[in-house]
Design a protein around this ligand. Structure first.
Ligand code: HEM
Length: 251
């Protein structure tokens, strides 16, 4: 009697392994997500408990409008700040080291950045609920905080998507320095957003003061010359063109 011997197809095997790795990653991601949600709920409970007496009471005069105590925004703001800066720390470690621990940390970069982005959206929405937009935009410092928050959130949203999409190539060759530079810009914009928030609450940090040393008085309206807008727009178009040409050549 002849016996059928099954020779494992290497590509099927690789696919199975890939599938197992992905579901393990998903399981871990779910666990991290659940823990973050639980922490946020606990934090919200704490904020609720403190918002009556010990927190800041906001009295809105005139037209009654929907408004939430700033404690929610201030509390949740620590999540994107912490998560994005952790992602930056992992990127720093991986940029300068090929050690096993650094390679392992690389796998955590995009999930940590993406969780930060998720928390960033919650923080941004809570920020919008403190004062009516017409009120906060009366203050140049308020406008600067919103402007930097918008840059930061958009920037890290793109970084999270790119980080996921190109997660295996982030530190290959010269790309390592591109990743490092982009992440450094990301760390800088979130630092400025945070410090402007702190200045809004009346506790400016040394970062706010050092922005003054480089010529940006954050208590005044941020002006950009028109020619800078032209430079920005041309830069954006150029980047899109480089991307399209590069893709065509690659294909
Ligand atoms: C990613 C987005 C944002 C981040 C990371 C962020 C971060 C912060 C931080 C760290 C503080 C200071 C907390 C403290 O001093 O303990 C703050 C305060 C503040 N933020 Fe934001 N913010 C964001 C978006 C926004 C937006 C979109 C608005 C309004 C439209 C806003 C309005 C405010 C206000 C009004 C305060 C001062 C609250 C007070 O008076 O106590 N924020 N923010």
């Amino acid at each position: 009697m002849t016996q059928l011997t099954e020779t494992p197809n290497p590509s099927t095997h690789a696919r199975k392994e890939d599938h197992m790795k992905r579901s393990e990653l998903m399981r871990r991601g779910r666990r991290i997500g659940l823990v973050t949600a639980a922490l946020m709920l606990a934090g919200t409970g704490a904020a609720l408990a403190h918002s009556a007496g010990g927190g800041v009471d906001v009295a809105v005069e005139g037209e009654p409008a929907f408004s939430l105590s700033p404690v929610y925004h201030i509390l949740v703001a620590h999540f994107p700040v912490g998560l994005w800066m952790t992602a930056y720390l992992f990127i720093l470690i991986r940029t300068f080291s090929d050690a096993e621990i650094a390679v392992r940390l690389q796998k955590a970069i995009w999930p940590v950045a993406a969780l930060g982005t998720l928390a960033g959206f919650v923080t941004y929405s809570l920020g919008l609920t403190i004062y009516p937009l017409s009120a906060i935009t009366e203050s140049p410092l308020g406008r600067n905080h919103i402007m930097l928050a918008t840059w930061t959130l958009s920037y890290w949203t793109v970084m999270s998507i790119l980080g996921y999409r190109f997660r295996r190539h982030l530190f290959v060759g010269a790309q390592r320095w591109v990743t490092f530079t982009l992440a450094t810009i990301g760390a800088m914009v979130i630092t400025i957003t945070g410090t402007l928030g702190g200045s809004l609450t009346g506790t400016p940090s040394l970062v706010t003061k050092s922005l003054g040393w480089i010529g940006w008085n954050v208590y005044m309206t941020f002006y950009l010359p028109n020619w800078m807008l032209v430079v920005f727009f041309s830069g954006a178009v150029l980047l899109v063109v480089i991307g399209v040409v590069g893709r065509r050549r690659h294909a």
